[in-house]
Design a binder for this molecule. Structure first.
Ligand code: NAG
Ligand code: NAG
Ligand code: NAG
Ligand code: NAG
Ligand code: NAG
Length: 283
């Protein structure tokens, strides 16, 4: 059952640079895990977190420092606790009253210990948002000796690409959690593969027909990918000849506006169809 995806915006006023605040980020959905879309420490307008403060501390609105530690430690977890202050993040603008802004949403999650295979399956299609083959705590996949569990900052930057290549836009996929697939980001560590993904709806409309995407009440359609063309020989066979179905590499992909640009025919004489991948998101 697809999760209902909300983008949550969270703003935390930092009352004092030297005070160490603890912020808890939490997924309220059952079995949902966090995906941090962005986190920024500084000041980007003069009104946020401005109550009773002197103008001099609100003037600098071009103070911004992306905080990657939030994604590194929170992605893939149902909740996480992060320490917040200039002493942790560094001070991007001394003398300015700062705040932490972050945006996150909740999604499905899979964990696979090194040497096993991750099997993702959706009723519709898989969209991978984040993945890591490495180790971020010493309790997940605890087999192996203590030394093999010690490096809990083992991150591998290529992991998302390696997983999206075999999983995106499929109903199911299998990926081996191994050095062969991902390379070895930290030798001597017993690793595991974490994947944050969604199951998205998929709509197919044959050339000449109208597509009709639907979402429930109080939700909006968010298109993540669309293609007008042909990617296989079985979808929309129609009354057309084999020759018409032959070009299965007919792509005209991107955003919905781009794909439905009627002045473009990506493959002349091929009977095409429009595919749209989308989710229904809360308003
Ligand atoms: C936070 O996550 C841990 C496991 O990662 C879980 O045991 C705990 O119950 C969660 N806490 C809340 C408040 O959801
Ligand atoms: C795991 O980490 C915690 C906190 O860093 C530490 O107290 C504990 O001893 C570690 N356990 C193992 C098996 O290394
Ligand atoms: C842990 O692994 C990372 C590679 O992802 C490496 O940069 C780091 O130095 C390692 N830390 C320790 C304590 O071995
Ligand atoms: C994993 O990703 C890296 C970087 O994109 C790439 O060099 C490597 O070939 C990929 N591995 C596989 C098995 O696709
Ligand atoms: C449609 O495609 C044509 C040719 O590529 C381009 O010139 C035009 O700007 C496009 N229109 C839109 C609305 O994208």
């Amino acid at each position: 059952k697809p999760l209902f995806v909300f983008l949550v915006l969270h703003i935390l006023c930092i009352s004092c640079d030297s005070l160490l605040l603890t912020v808890i980020v939490l997924c309220m959905t059952d079995n949902g895990v966090l995906l941090i879309h962005g986190a920024d420490y500084g000041r980007r307008d003069s009104t946020t977190c401005s109550l009773n403060l002197p103008a001099s501390q609100l003037q600098n609105v071009q103070c911004s420092k992306p905080i990657s530690i939030l994604a590194d430690s929170c992605n893939g977890k149902s909740n996480c606790t992060v320490k917040v202050s200039s002493s942790v993040f560094g001070d991007p603008c001394f003398g300015t009253y700062k705040y932490l802004e972050m945006a996150y949403s909740c999604h499905f999650h899979s964990v696979t210990c090194e040497g096993s295979q991750a099997k993702l399956q959706c009723g519709q299609v898989i969209v991978v948002y984040w993945a890591n083959f490495g180790r971020r705590d010493n309790t997940t996949c605890p087999d192996g000796n203590t030394a093999q569990l010690q490096n809990v900052t083992c991150l591998s930057p290529n992991s998302p690409e390696n997983v999206t290549n075999s999983c995106n836009w499929q109903n199911s996929c299998t990926v081996e959690a191994s050095n062969t697939v991902f390379g070895d980001p930290c030798g001597g560590t017993y690793k595991y593969l974490e994947v944050v993904y969604d199951c998205q709806d998929h709509s197919v409309t044959c050339e000449g027909s109208q597509s009709n995407l639907q979402c429930g009440e109080n939700t909006v359609i968010v298109v993540s990918w669309a293609n007008y063309g042909r990617r296989d020989t079985t979808t929309c066979p129609g009354q057309y000849t084999i020759a018409n179905l032959y070009d299965v590499n007919c792509f005209w992909s991107g955003s919905m506006e781009y794909v439905t640009n009627s002045s473009v025919d990506p493959c002349v004489n091929i009977y095409k169809y429009l595919e749209v991948f989308y989710t229904c998101q809360g308003k």
